[in-house]
Design a protein around this ligand. Structure first.
Ligand code: NAP
Length: 263
């Protein structure tokens, strides 16, 4: 077993990256471009039908591990030396599984999470803590035409609202989860012009967003501010107390320190 605080033996340089975020993709591309000798395994939950191809040489696995115990067993059996949790800031369970499994098997763990967005003075944000609370706020505000940018998994929370919805997702939601909604299939990045067009074309009077942070989806907030439209902003779920960085470069430095120089 490895000392979670120190470098690990060079014979076991296998890094498991839990993917699902822009940072995960950037991280594995950066490791690749630095010509690292580290073996990288990139793990996806398998929620999206399509995903970008990883760099050559990166091993990809798809699907859950079977909870904390399954992940701990996987870390042992796959000879993982260190793990980076680069799941999305709204992944509510996996970061806890990662923390518990790494503690059990004594594999060093780092989480990478981009900073949350903060409102600017002209923003009209309504802060809520869950998707269900966002649906209550939609009812309370009596919004008429609402842009939902929360993915496709939790759309049913809005089914009892009287508003007309435009839901933007990467893959189509299951039929009937939000009857009558217009579904826009699109993948970030979105520009300010893209977002102004969506809001104007669909006569949107309220935007619902998760506080995902980052640049690729922030233009909707700029567009809402410019057009004076309120945004219901859903806060991030709780996170486990593990070593956490915000930048890919900090994760690269951590990897270099834990599993050998990236040379
Ligand atoms: P979650 O609640 O944290 O995870 C649910 C289950 O999915 C986990 O218990 C685990 O199954 C499996 N899982 C999650 N991430 C995995 C990974 N990288 N590799 C293998 N298995 C994984 O997360 P979620 O909200 O369902 O999201 C699923 C994935 O989509 C995450 O990887 C996340 O990064 C990404 N994502 C989520 C959102 C969002 O808004 N929630 C947005 C964009 C991307 P087992 O317990 O069986 O191991």
């Amino acid at each position: 077993m490895n000392d979670p605080d120190g470098p690990v033996a060079s014979a076991r340089r296998r890094l498991l990256v839990l993917g699902g975020s822009t940072e995960a993709s950037e991280l594995i591309r950066a490791i690749d471009s630095e010509g690292s000798s580290v073996e990288v395994v990139l793990s996806y939950a398998g929620r999206t039908a399509t995903r970008k191809s990883p760099p050559k040489g990166v091993e990809v696995r798809v699907g859950g591990f079977g909870g904390t115990e399954g992940l701990a067993n996987h870390l042992r059996s796959d000879g993982i030396s260190a793990m980076i949790d680069a799941t999305h800031p709204f992944a509510a369970r996996m970061p806890f599984h990662a923390a518990a499994a790494c503690r059990t098997v004594k594999v060093p763990l780092l989480r990478i999470v981009r900073p949350a967005w903060a409102p600017e003075p002209a923003d009209r944000w309504i802060h809520v803590t869950t998707v269900d609370d966002a649906a209550l706020a939609v009812k309370h505000l009596r919004a008429r035409r609402v842009l939902l940018t929360i993915g496709r998994q939790e759309l049913s929370a809005f089914a009892e609202c009287e508003a007309t919805f435009v839901a933007r997702c990467i893959d189509p939601p299951e039929t009937g989860v939000l009857p009558g909604a217009t579904i826009l299939l699109a993948r970030a990045p979105f520009t300010l012009e893209d977002e102004l067009d969506v809001i104007r074309d669909h006569r949107i009077d309220l935007v619902v967003s998760k506080n995902a942070g980052g640049e690729t989806t922030r233009a909707k907030l700029d567009a809402a501010r410019q057009l004076g439209i309120p945004v219901i902003m859903i806060a991030r779920p709780p996170a486990p107390p593990v070593d956490t960085v915000e930048r890919v470069q900090d994760a690269l430095d951590w990897i270099a320190g834990r599993i050998g120089a990236l040379a």
